[in-house]
Design a protein around this ligand. Sequence first.
Ligand code: R5P
Length: 299
Amino acid sequence: MNAPATLLYFDDEQAAAVRLAQAAGLAPMPVARHRFPDGEIRLRLPDALPERVVLLRTLDHPNEKLVELLLAARTARSLGVRHLTLVAPYLAYMRQDIAFHPGEAVSQRIVGRFLADLFDAVITVDPHLHRVATLAEAVPATQAIVLSGAPLLADLIAQRRPGALLIGPDGESAQWVAQAAARHGFDHAVCIKQRSGDHAVAIELPPVALAERAVVLLDDVASTGHTVAQAARLLLAAGAATVDVAVTHALLTAGALQMMREAGVGEIWSTDCIAHPTNAVSVAALIAQALQNLNRSGG
Ligand code: R5P
């Protein structure tokens, strides 16, 4: 079976779409978008679409994008698309996986079901799965495919900081840290983190020798930057020679980079799952391979 021919994308993701289209041998086609003065949007898809279509939409700043996905996917179906794959390199709302208080929305389950109703296949990179074991539990699409940016970041770290000590800032990062460490034989450990608010984290360092070590903090996401900033302060105070940061998803809200720098972080490397000046490695080839496998399997 041939690779799916068409990659739909939105204009703000043109660069990522071109990289993916080139890697996967797809024809990139933009979804035209008009914003009305009242904030509503109108989308227009190419009217001649093949039976299998891939839609690229990374889901940082997700709220409006979820409406775009609803409109685009339903329109694609009405135009005859039979198999629709969402490539969302960053998958939003995965962290709210439990109701911590009565009445709280379990966003992971709700958004996951919403996407599964629209798409046959969902491909993402390092989704934040904490209390569920598989993406299929959160996004029950026919195919729910997880890729990882950790090996790509590990290769970069091996070039830039050979002999680094990899540290995960919390228990959830252990999966990515272990994967990256195994690839290049890095020493590794994880911290214990307690989060008491959006901007309040307490971190306990692991009991490992830090003196004069080049430490790289590795995590799936940096958002406000408080997690890595606090970890960096403690690591440097404990004698680490340098602290750099590698993350799959550079959400990095306003002020995050500056705070991380002021905490003593040196380099900050991210994948291009979310376009950001810190992007240092591309996931395009990884996603292209997954699309080819999916297409070959007919799923
Ligand atoms: C949560 O456990 C994630 O892995 C990240 O550590 C967290 O989302 C980072 O958030 P922030 O940058 O706001 O501290």
